[in-house]
Ligand binder design. Structure first.
Ligand code: IVH
Length: 694
């Protein structure tokens, strides 16, 4: 349900009466879904909002408070299937604080109630509020006799056999034990165990749990305790019900007893004396929240002295001496207004959900990632759906699931585009890949800048004095939007266009055009590499240059190879070290008309040298397999590789028995060790240079 909009103080008595009735029914249904069925249908935040509204209306119209008012009840009645257990002392709930002021008010109320001076401190414990399933376990003479869930607070379900299956809850107490004690705490599952359990269930085709709390509850409330025993459940304890034969003066002292008896107590529990100290602990825990192994939903403050707790007593369903200071929900519900596909700098298409803005954990969220095509299909997320989103720390918000009950009747499954939304080129998805990619390459505006940076980089066109920053600025001002533009810049009045720009004195303009002119003649392999075709690095570019000899031959073959029956396709695949997926990327690049236009426009401006088979006679490394490792001082790894290939060597990435020579620079690691183990010859960079006569 959505909250009714009329402000509480504008409601008529009649409206208030009718709304209280609706709220009582709705909250009862949500309580049952949450506590009894472990399958909540709304977020905690939405639930809290319903309760708050109910309380506000009751406050304004006290005489309308219903006999079945949600504010007088805790949780839902016990599910059938388990024996019922009456709690000797009721299991109550806690009042909630959401703001710093609420916390200050809580402490003020206590001071007033106890008639303390305004500056008198009330010592409190501050305990993390574990988001799990509460239980009560009774020990008679130190032996576990019965355990129960909270149920409606007065009566819960008998889960004795299940609790015995939880290792964290001992069957026998250690040390000095009271005659009777009911221990209260929370059973939970760590986030990591929850993820593992869900993955295993998914693999088996079983229904997955929505969150760790539901997983813990579902695991504990099993009619067959053997199933509970198989689930990785943990527990923290923090309270007591009935006690006979022992007493303690403070909550803190009780927590120490719990530890001595063998119970786990949350290690982040502190004793604090002032409101400032309470808030400090709350904020510290909040900062660490995402990194904790388990989910928490707040901090619980409890008056430390038991004598004061007794004086303070209870109001309706909660103690006056304790309060839960909640963290805002990290999950929320909202509507997917649109699904947009973004194109990354490398052409990857990523779907993003545009959301109706919603506050999640104190941050307004209006976008969430949908990861990829398969993820949308798997979760069947559609435009118009009401979805649950989650934000954890600084991570990009995610769409967890669609709430099917709220799906518009006319909704249709989302169809992922097969054309790039940025440039209209084909977007293809290769076998075994999750992402769909735009084939627009140099043409695609989403990828252009990155492609241009690659184009002018050191191993490609290597335009002296022209770096990434220049490319970005020239691209933004549309001076250069495609590689060919670099070589037409001067013709297009580049001198004039650059004059007056910051950092471009006449001398630097001269230098730039001279540098560009020097690169008008380019080796075929550099040209191929500079195009930035996927998977085509320097080594592949060289292989291609070697195999095709000239740009014209290569250009023709790449378009012809589009037909997989053609000789061109077969020849491409026959090149050693060119696999089918690489061949596909090449063919796809040339299948895109925009790319062909760009390549042709560029080629028109250049003199692309044919590949010259190197004369390797007299080369000491011709036919040898060489591996480079560690840092090289006189040249880059890329240069060393290209030079070795020119001298007829094969350059490999890893050392094997087939390796003839390892060139090891400073910092060489495992490859050097392997070479030594295999007895492969190892030389220093200097020795290598001498060997090749450099
Ligand atoms: S004290 C009468 N301490 O939060 C006092 N409760 O919203 C009752 N919880 O029912 C609870 N950590 O299930 C207390 N350190 C803690 C807690 C804690 C988690 C749960 C518990 C309780 C609910 C109240």
């Amino acid at each position: 349900m959505t909250l009714r909009k009329t402000p509480v103080d504008e409601l008529t008595e009649k409206e208030a009466k009718s709304e209280l009735k609706i709220l009582a029914t709705e909250i009862a249904l949500h309580d049952a879904a949450y506590h009894r069925d472990d399958a909540p249908t709304i977020t905690d935040a939405a639930y809290d909002a319903l309760r708050k509204r109910n309380e506000a209306i009751e406050k304004r119209f006290p005489k309308l408070i219903r006999a079945d008012s949600p504010s007088s009840k805790v949780g839902a009645a016990a599910a059938t299937g388990f024996k019922k257990v009456q709690h000797a002392v009721p299991m109550l709930s806690l009042g909630n604080a959401f703001t710093d002021e609420d916390v200050a008010d809580f402490v003020d109320r206590i001071r007033r109630f106890l008639d303390l001076e305004a500056d008198e401190n009330v010592e409190m414990t501050a305990e993390p509020k574990i988001d799990g399933l509460s239980f009560s376990a009774r020990y008679d003479s130190g032996r576990l006799t019965v355990a129960a869930t909270r149920g409606d607070g007065a009566e819960g379900e008998d889960i004795t056999a299940n609790i015995r299956a939880v290792n964290a809850v001992p069957d026998f107490l250690m040390g000095d034990v009271p005659k009777v004690i009911e221990i209260r705490g929370e059973v939970y599952m760590t986030k990591a165990d929850f993820a593992k359990l869900n993955a295993a269930r998914e693999a088996k085709g079983a229904k997955t749990f929505a969150n760790p709390r539901n997983a813990a509850a579902g695991s504990l409330r099993q009619l067959d305790p053997k199933i509970t025993a198989e689930r990785p459940l943990k527990a923290f304890t923090y309270g007591w019900g009935e006690v006979k034969g022992m007493a303690w003066e403070t909550q803190w002292e009780f927590l120490q007893n719990l530890k001595a008896w063998g119970f786990p107590v949350n290690p982040r529990t502190k004793v604090v004396k002032t409101v400032e100290a309470m808030l400090k602990e709350y904020n510290k825990l909040g900062e660490d929240r995402a990194g904790l192994a388990y989910d928490i939903d707040g901090m619980v403050y409890k008056v430390n002295r038991i004598d004061l707790q007794k004086r303070l007593g209870f109001v309706s369903r909660a103690p006056r001496w304790a309060m839960a200071h909640k963290y805002s929900a990290e999950r929320a519900e909202t509507v997917v207004e649109n699904i947009e596909v973004q194109v990354g700098r490398t052409g990857t298409l990523t779907p993003v959900a545009r959301l109706k803005p919603v506050n999640v954990g104190g941050v307004v969220v209006s976008n969430a990632t949908l990861h990829n095509e398969d993820e949308i299909a798997r979760k069947d997320i559609r435009v118009g759906d009401t979805v649950v989103i989650q934000r954890a720390g600084d991570v990009i918000p995610q769409v967890l699931e669609s709430i099917l009950a709220k799906r518009p009747k006319d909704s249709k499954p989302y169809k992922f585009p097969t054309k790039c939304p940025a440039c209209g080129s084909h977007a293809v998805r290769e076998e075994g890949e999750v992402a769909r990619r735009c084939t627009g390459g140099l043409y695609c505006p989403a990828q252009s800048v990155e492609r241009l940076k690659h184009f002018v980089s050191r191993n490609a066109f290597d335009i002296e004095g022209f770096g990434e920053k220049n490319i970005e600025a020239f691209f933004t001002d549309e001076l250069i939007t495609s590689p060919g533009d670099l070589f037409t810049l001067e013709k297009r009045g580049g001198r004039k266009l650059l004059t007056g720009r910051e950092g471009w004195a006449e001398k630097s303009i001269d230098n730039l055009f001279a540098a560009i002119e020097r690169r008008r003649t380019i080796s075929f392999e550099r040209f191929i590499y500079a195009l930035g075709i996927r998977q085509v690095g320097q080594a592949t570019a060289r292989l291609l240059a070697q195999a095709y000899g000239s740009f014209a031959a290569w250009r023709k073959a790449m378009t012809a190879a589009h037909d997989h029956e053609s000789d061109a396709w077969k020849e491409l695949n026959a090149i050693e070290q060119i696999g089918e997926s690489m061949a596909d990327d090449l063919v796809e690049f040339f299948a895109e008309k925009h790319n062909r236009e760009i390549v042709d426009a560029l080629a028109k401006e250049l003199a692309i040298e044919d590949f010259v088979q190197p004369d390797t006679s007299g080369s000491a490394i011709a036919g040898k397999t060489v591996v480079f490792t560690g840092n090289l001082e006189s040249m880059s790894r890329g240069e060393a590789k290209a030079q070795a290939q020119t001298l007829g060597a094969k350059v490999a990435g890893s050392v094997s028995k087939k390796t003839d020579l390892v060139v090891a620079g400073p910092g060489a690691g495992s490859k050097l060790k392997e070479a030594e183990a295999l007895g492969v010859k190892v030389v220093s960079e200097q020795e290598y240079l001498k060997l090749i006569g450099g």
